[in-house]
Ligand binder design. Sequence first.
Ligand code: CP
Ligand code: NVA
Length: 300
Amino acid sequence: MSPRHFLRLDDLGAAELEALLARAAELKAERRAGQGHPTLAGKVMGLLFEKPSTRTRVSFESGIYQLGGYGMFLSQHDLQLGRGEPIADTAEVVSRMVDGIMIRTFGHERIAEFAAASHVPVINGLTDRFHPCQVLTDLFTWYERRGSIAGRTVAWIGDGNNMAHSWINAARLLGFELRIASPEGFDPEPDLVAAAGDRVTVLRDPKQAAAGADIVTTDVWASMGQEEEQAERERAFGGYRVDAALMEEAKPDALFMHCLPAHRGEEVTAEVLEGPQSVVWEEAENRLHAQKALMELLLG
Ligand code: CP
Ligand code: NVA
């Protein structure tokens, strides 16, 4: 039987996703009360990084350990993969020795190729195309505070990037409205937008996107791997900063979300990032709880 992977958010069904969020809440409460259970005792997760990470690495490593297992950090700098061993060969070998693998890499086709050759579940810890663990966590952060997201409105301000793509999948799956405001040339992939039907609108005006929104969210202007485009992107995204005036357009109790790391003064002002509507530190912590629930689902 081929293993079950989590390469994009819609690899889960809506009901399954909601059950996972409920389990994340239980795991969070258990941790708060100091009552964890070793539901993944003896399991090993390979954690393969071809890009840097703080939150993803620490949350997966801590999370698997807290569930009674072990997380093995694998950097492309140390693996034969970094010296040209084919990705499918790496998958074939590593997946014979571990129980699950998380991968952070560049092109989404790399993780797809790895997953096709893997004997164990593969979790996407970010590719250029998707960041499903982060949006899973953002949904959990919303559910914790406000309950169901169906019928609500999310405003995405800025780059139509991996985070935007995972939000599009979420809107389709859970039935909320997603308004994306991005400058011309930085739109999300049209096929993903089209698949979401009338749930997703792509606009140019950040104010129009934020009007009456329940969540305002953004991300860096230049993602990992786009460092050389920084200056060009600063010019293109100048009008796409989340500041107090933009937050005023949203509902008074709207939440501000950001996957982090953030660049204060670029995509978000320090005032908003550190202000009362911001839930960014909670989002970061929630990576731990949401991914523990995800690992239980796939490896348990
Ligand atoms: N949000 C996120 O994925 O952070 P890291 O790059 O630090 O893992
Ligand atoms: N879009 C960003 C997210 C970082 C967590 C990147 O890919 O670098």
